[in-house]
Design a protein around this ligand. Sequence first.
Ligand code: CA
Length: 192
Amino acid sequence: MFKVLSKMGLAFVLLTSAGTSTAGIIYNSYDYLLPTSGQVSFDFDSDGATEIALAERYYGEDRAWINDYSVDYTNGFVAEGSLIDDLTVFSTSHYIEPVMAIGSNFLGLTGFSDCLTCYGWLQISYDGIDMRLVDVAYEDSGASILVGQIAELASEHSAHVPEPAILALLAIGLAGIGVSSRKSNGMTQSLA
Ligand SMILES: [Ca+2]
């Protein structure tokens, strides 16, 4: 059921975004172990320029080392689900050494791709021993983003009442998904 729902969501987003040049959320998963000496530079948007450099803070304390290059970050970690937009307060410090909580730690970001209002977030995990950059996402259209959000929300599109033609296209798309799903099942069975 969940698979069907997610496919419906995907089909809906694809249909409603067709015909516009609006970009969206770029999501990257890393699971990168942060070093305890030196720092690692990350180029999240692949434009050749470092956004941020990260490390586990030296000398053993439960702190990360976060050094900004071409982005700004929130004043310390923020809760998952926080809205990052033009009302968010960003730090002017060039580096911070925040104390890490066990589990997930989220930082709001702005300034991807030389776009001052391109907002994003990153997640660093801490298990009491190691710190890892888990994942990063940013909205390259300048729209707001929720911390932890990895895809456009269906609700952003559902504010528009779908026209009958769109619904018809959606039905056709879902029928296609059903057919391809059956086909792929058949292939799986024949391979087994
Ligand atoms: Ca970059």
